[in-house]
Design a protein around this ligand. Structure first.
Ligand code: APR
Ligand code: MG
Length: 281
């Protein structure tokens, strides 16, 4: 296939366009994060905090547990925390879903995702982490209707979905992303150094930002939250997906320039750095 075009700042004007004066929180969408099974609540929180800090109007979390492990996020009390059951049962006007971050691989996780696929109707869905593993193992089916879907595998998750080795994915990253986009009729973000973004029509781009500081737990959860957030904010689709990928890497680059990483950069620091990039002084 053709060499992917680069994703750089110049192609992402919508990321930096100023907000209109006559707006309110409803103008910037409501993100619903479904994930955070037992022992993994932090994955959902990382995604949710990132979604809020890069500009979503409202962010809700549904933990994949019988009851929410915490009533409120002390570090980000703006988030609304529920168990997944109540989040799916209540109609809270979610305009973009982020699912799978730390969700686990048990029956509760699989049932929650299968229900969400139907219930979301036209609302876009970003599917990450164990959501992808459950899909690869056939524990959830890709019956996700007409609304747009973004899959965000790292190379091992992509290999699992395609039934090939991680090395084979890495040997032809644009090709692997395109195969997944065709198989699942969706957008694909194939992560790792030089993240590939593949649209459902097969157009493929490669990210130019980011560094090995991102090789630390939770950075993928932050990316999933950023994707859901920009989609909820109704950036043009190609700029929302490519914009989240670029912004995530550029935030890591900005942190390294400040001496915060690459060694010891933490995932939770990315959202503040990404927010600063969206608000140039
Ligand atoms: N250069 C540039 N970017 C990198 C590099 C690198 N050397 N290493 C990692 N990244 C980026 C990836 O492109 C991606 O955006 O960091 C992010 C890592 O995402 P994940 O691999 O999903 O990592 P993580 O957040 O820890 O995943 C959490 O989900 O995928 C599962 O097995 C994973 O259970 C774990 C959970
Ligand atoms: Mg991950």
């Amino acid at each position: 296939m053709n060499t992917p075009a680069p994703i750089d700042r110049a192609a992402l004007s919508a990321l930096f366009s100023p907000r209109e004066a006559d707006t309110h929180k409803g103008s910037f969408g409501t993100v619903g994060v479904v994930g955070g099974g037992p022992g993994m609540a932090g994955a959902a929180l990382l995604a949710a905090r990132a979604a809020l800090k890069i500009g979503a109007g409202k962010v809700l979390v549904g933990f994949a547990q019988e009851t929410s492990p915490l009533p409120c996020d002390p570090q980000q009390p703006e988030l609304m925390l529920r168990d997944a059951r109540s989040l799916l049962d209540e109609d809270l006007g979610v305009t973009a879903w982020v699912a799978g971050c730390g969700i686990g691989t048990g029956a509760l996780a699989a049932n929650t995702l299968s229900e969400l696929f139907v219930l979301r109707r036209e609302a876009p869905l970003v599917l990450d982490a164990d959501g992808l593993n459950l899909l690869a193992w056939g524990d959830v089916q890709p019956n996700w209707g007409e609304g747009p879907v973004v899959l965000t595998p790292h190379p091992a998750e992509a290999g699992r979905l395609l039934g090939i080795s991680t090395a084979d994915v890495q040997a032809d990253r644009p090709g692997a992303a395109w195969k997944l986009a065709q198989r699942y009729q969706c957008w694909v973000v194939l992560k790792g150094a030089g993240t590939i973004v593949c649209a459902p029509d097969g157009s493929t781009r490669i990210n130019t930002s980011g560094n090995p500081g991102l090789a630390t737990a939770g950075t993928g959860d932050v990316l999933a939250g950023m994707l859901g957030s920009l989609i909820a904010q109704k950036l043009p689709w190609d700029q929302a997906v490519a914009g989240a990928v670029w912004l995530h890497g550029a935030a890591a680059d900005a942190l390294v320039a400040q001496g915060i990483g690459p060694i010891g950069l933490t995932a939770g620091e990315l959202a503040d750095a990404a927010r600063a990039l969206r608000n140039p002084r």
